[in-house]
Design a protein around this ligand. Structure first.
Ligand code: IPD
Length: 278
């Protein structure tokens, strides 16, 4: 039986390449920075233009499909996931990196049908690495198959997470305490590349063994979740339960053993959901 979504995936790769080119060109010019929810929540004209390019190109070809895009949601569009084929788009994952020209900047697109991720594309455009994954067909970087490290011993692992200023003092403290707990296991180290999608791809290709985060969004997770899963990685909720794309939190790892150990070390804090006002 032919694969009904392969054509969408092929088209997605083409559009993502165009988006990456637009980002790389914008890096050669002055970057004007604007703010969204806070002084550290940055956005640029390029985020908005790239999202417009992606959505208009896809909508033209697939007019009945739905979209959840970071910048459209910031402008007031809903972010509820339905059963309809849905493109979940982060035009620039790593906007702070983009602003500083720190070289991990990606275009991330996940495609869901009946709320299940069918494929994911992450284009780390400065590195020119195109990560692709179709459900059941494996994960690839620039066309070559990738897989997780398979590491099971957390004391031999390299762990990724992201840290940022938090207005809530208790959350800030918990975030820092979680980092201290993981470092004290001990692990080989913690790194923060600055793009959730790239973080997941780094686990997917074995350059890191785990990544955890509370407070990201479905557009940060959808593309990379497909890649890491298809590369043989484990993906779960921060509590150790099943992964939920709208939950704003996740652990990915090279093995269940490492993921479960991270879940055990981490104290949760409330981050709300993408599909409710909670
Ligand atoms: C951000 C990146 C970053 C993470 C932030 C996200 P954005 O995405 O994924 O790694 O720490 O929480 O918001 O805003 O650059 O698309």
């Amino acid at each position: 039986m032919s694969d009904p979504w392969q054509e969408c995936m092929d088209y997605c790769i083409e559009v993502t390449k165009r988006a990456g080119k637009m980002i790389c060109e914008a890096l050669q010019k002055d970057i004007a920075v604007m703010h969204k929810s806070s002084a550290v929540d940055l956005v640029t004209e390029t985020d908005q233009k790239v999202e417009q390019l992606i959505i208009s190109s896809i909508r033209e070809k697939y007019p009945t499909h739905s979209f959840i895009g970071e910048e459209s949601v910031a402008a007031g569009a809903p972010s509820a996931l339905s059963d309809n084929p849905t493109w979940i788009i982060d035009p620039i994952d790593g906007t702070t990196n983009f602003v500083h020209r720190f070289p991990f900047v990606s275009v991330s697109i996940g495609f869901t049908v009946k709320k299940e991720i069918e494929f994911g594309i992450v284009y780390s455009c400065i590195e020119d690495k195109m990560y692709t994954a179709r459900k059941g067909k494996g994960a690839f970087c620039n066309g070559s198959p990738i897989k997780v490290s398979g590491q099971e011993d957390i004391s031999k692992s390299l762990v990724l997470t992201e840290m940022g200023f938090k207005k809530d003092a208790e959350q800030f403290q918990t975030m820092m305490a979680n980092i201290r707990n993981i470092l004290s296991i001990p692990v080989h180290g913690i790194r923060s590349p600055g793009s959730a999608a790239v973080n997941m791809c780094l686990v997917a290709c074995g350059s890191a063994d785990a990544y955890y985060h509370m407070g990201i969004h479905c557009w940060d997770m959808a593309g990379g979740a497909a890649v890491v899963r298809e590369a043989g990685g484990v993906i779960m909720d921060i509590s150790g339960g099943p992964f939920d794309l709208m939950s704003r939190r996740l652990i990915v790892a090279s093995s269940r053993m490492i993921a479960e150990r991270i879940a055990k070390e981490i104290t949760e804090f409330h981050v709300g959901r993408d599909d409710t006002d909670d």
